[in-house]
Structures are given as structure tokens and as C-alpha cells.
Design a protein around this ligand. Structure first.
Ligand code: GTP
Ligand code: MG
Length: 342
């Protein structure tokens, strides 16, 4: 096959000029090598970076693709545009958009109040939900509840799917899962079997495990929820020096984007937990800020701040949501899991 040359100087905004070699009449799925500027050598580089199909490439940014594929930014941009065109991404009409939204899965938290805070039906698919708060505020408990509830049928508030639990701190408790499963009247052993648990030993391992998740989905596992508990602990421990903050943020940022991509591509929910640290610079209000600060805040679609409230309740506050008001919900952690009234 002769290499398809695209110069960086060509008009990059002219979508009509993108020449892909893909023939829709062939009946084949379009391949990476059907994209302009992507020959077999570049395609194999992409594959070794875990990019096997057009969808994975279509959601990348040009500089990221250029770096991985070793091509110029112009070529990268053209390849991304061509892949989006082939996949018919981009503008859709209102009905199609509404259908895409209707397709989103939801997972009930077990508390009507907390579900309402999150827009009515709980944690959403195609989105990353981050819970941050002090130790004992209920982050892991909420994760455990979701790991069980995702398995419920859709009409009962679940997504009829399985869960991946990436555990960085050794907090996954099978006994607690059994207890919660019994609480909703499900078979505890069946519920446990539908939760794939992996212990991540360091941040690199944690990042690598996402490829494993993609592989499992490709192999047909109906994974609808990915939990990372905790998102930031390894990053915090490994990049603790003063001069390492920028590196940590960059790595964390890249990881979060991979999580968002995973959520978007496979219509699944991602739930991550985040600790808080005290912020000595803040004099009023709650003197705690989430690890990772703004970057985590921007990449995750829904952020909830958890704290202990009166009479052993938990208070959840929604922060900076793109489409929901910043309100509060009160719930309880009991034997049965997350509930509205103790
Ligand atoms: P860190 O991981 O330490 O940052 O905290 P976290 O926010 O993950 O806390 P977690 O979700 O583990 O919450 C722990 C709290 O949940 C405990 O202090 C209990 O109040 C409550 N809890 C956990 N298990 C049970 C249970 O079986 N019954 C009841 N009633 N409460 C429980
Ligand atoms: Mg925890």
C-alpha cells in the first residue's frame, strides 16, 4: 500500500477535501488505515498504544494523536476529522440527540434524595461522577452500593450490567457487598460474581488497568460501572514533592480524560473517590479542598462533596454541575447500604 500523504499546509477546515480510502459499499467496517495519513506503520503504533478502532481515534485530541502516532499535528487533525466523518459524529439533529440522551444509563444510589440531587435517577452513564470528602464521609460506601445497584434491571433503577472495582487502598469488602445485596433482596453470591475487582498497586498500574477494562468490554462483558477508589491516593503519594505538582496534575489529567472517553464510548458510568486535604490558605468556610484541585473538578461531570451531618447522617452537596443546581441532600449509611431514613 502506498503511503497517503497529506501536507500540513492544506486547508484543514475543509472537511469535504478529506480523502479517506474507505469504500462504504465494501460492507467492511472502516479501519484505521482507511484514514488519510495513516498507513500500516502508523496504525501499528496506534495499536500498540491501545487504539484499535476509529471510535478510539475520533475522541482523541490532535496533539495527543500526533504524539502517539509520531505524525505532524496537521495530519493528526485530518485523521481525527476523517474518522469523525466516517463515524457520522459531530452535528446531529434534535431527534437523534434526544435518542442519544435517552440511551444513557442511570444507577440509583439507594437514596431518593441523593438521586434527586444528581438529576433524578442517580449516577449517570457517559459521565464521570466524583465523590470527595473526609475519611468516613461515605465515599467507599456509596461506591459499594452502586456496585450492587448497577446490576438491577433498568426498571428498578439499575443498568442491568456488571461492575469493575479498581481498588487502590484495599478497601473493597466482599462481606459488605453481600450485606448490601441482601438488603435489596438479591442473591449475594451472584452479585459478588458480577463485580470484577482489581487491586492497583501504583498509579501506573491504576492507569494500565483501564486497558484491561476496554478489553473486557470488547470480549462482551456488559460493564456499566467503573469505580476507582481512590482516584488520587497513589498520585498523591508518588508525587509528593513540591516540584512534582505539575507532573502529578498532568498525569492525573490525562487519566481523567481516558476515564471520560471510556464512559462516553461504552455508555457506562464512572465513579471515582477523592480525598480532601486541608487548605491552610482558606480562612472562611470549609477549609478542605479536593486533591488534584481544579483539574479533577473540570474533567468530572458531576462532583459531590460528602460530609457527616447531624445524627450520623451524611450530607451530599453538588458542586459546579453543568446542568444542575448546587443543592444538598441528606442520606444515611446503614447495614443495608445507602438509604433516605435511618
Ligand atoms: P476514606 O476511604 O477513609 O477516605 O473514607 P470513606 O469516605 O470511603 O468512608 P466510608 O465510605 O468507608 O464510610 C465509612 C463509614 O460508613 C463508617 O464510619 C460507618 O459510619 C459507615 N458504615 C460502613 N459500613 C457500615 C455498616 O455496615 N453499617 C452501618 N450502619 N454503617 C456503616
Ligand atoms: Mg474509602
Amino acid at each position: 500500500m502506498s503511503p497517503k500523504k497529506v501536507s500540513d499546509e492544506e486547508d484543514e477546515d475543509d472537511l469535504e477535501n478529506l480523502k479517506s480510502t474507505y469504500d462504504p459499499k465494501s460492507g467492511k467496517e472502516p479501519q484505521l488505515t482507511d484514514l488519510p495519513g495513516i498507513g500500516p506503520a502508523v496504525a501499528s503504533k496506534l495499536e500498540s498504544a491501545g487504539i484499535y478502532d476509529l471510535m478510539s481515534l475520533a475522541v482523541m485530541g490532535p496533539s495527543e494523536l500526533a504524539e502517539i502516532a509520531g505524525v505532524g499535528p496537521g495530519v493528526a487533525r485530518k485523521a481525527i476529522q476523517a474518522s469523525r466523518k466516517l463515524l457520522n459524529l459531530g452535528f446531529v439533529d434534535g431527534i437523534e440527540f434526544a435518542e442519544k440522551r435517552a440511551n444513557i444509563c442511570y444507577i440509583t444510589t439507594g437514596s431518593k434524595e441523593l438521586d434527586a440531587l444528581l438529576g433524578g435517577k442517580g449516577v449517570q452513564g457517559r459521565a464521570v461522577t466524583e465523590a470527595f470528602g473526609a475519611f468516613g464521609s461515605g465515599k467507599t460506601q456509596l461506591g459499594s452500593m452502586l456496585a450492587v445497584n448497577v446490576q438491577l434491571p433498568i426498571e428498578k433503577g439499575g443498568a442491568n450490567g456488571k461492575c469493575v472495582f479498581i481498588d487502590t487502598e484495599g478497601t473493597f469488602r466482599p462481606a459488605r457487598i453481600r450485606q448490601i445485596a441482601e438488603g435489596i433482596g438479591a442473591d449475594p453470591e451472584k452479585v459478588l460474581k458480577n463485580i470484577f475487582v482489581a487491586r492497583a498497586f501504583n498509579s501506573d498500574h491504576q492507569i494500565l488497568l483501564l486497558d484491561k477494562v476496554t478489553e473486557m468490554i470488547k470480549n462482551g462483558e456488559p460493564i456499566k460501572l467503573v469505580i476507582i477508589d481512590s482516584l488520587t491516593a497513589h498520585f498523591r503519594a508518588e508525587f509528593s514533592g513540591r516540584g512534582q505538582l505539575a507532573d502529578r496534575q498532568q498525569k492525573l489529567n490525562r487519566y481523567l480524560h481516558s476515564l471520560m472517553k471510556l464512559a462516553e464510548q461504552h455508555n457506562l458510568a464512572v465513579y471515582v473517590t477523592n480525598q480532601v486535604m486541608s487548605n491552610p490558605a482558606q480562612m472562611f468556610g470549609d477549609p478542605t479542598v479536593a486533591i488534584g484541585g481544579n483539574i479533577v473538578g473540570h474533567a468530572s461531570t458531576y462532583r459531590i462533596y460528602l460530609r457527616r451531618g447531624k445524627k450520623d447522617s451524611r450530607v451530599a452537596k453538588l458542586i459546579d454541575s453543568p446542568d444542575l443546581p448546587d443543592t444538598e441532600a441528606v442520606f444515611f449509611v446503614t447495614e443495608k447500604g445507602i438509604v433516605d431514613e435511618a
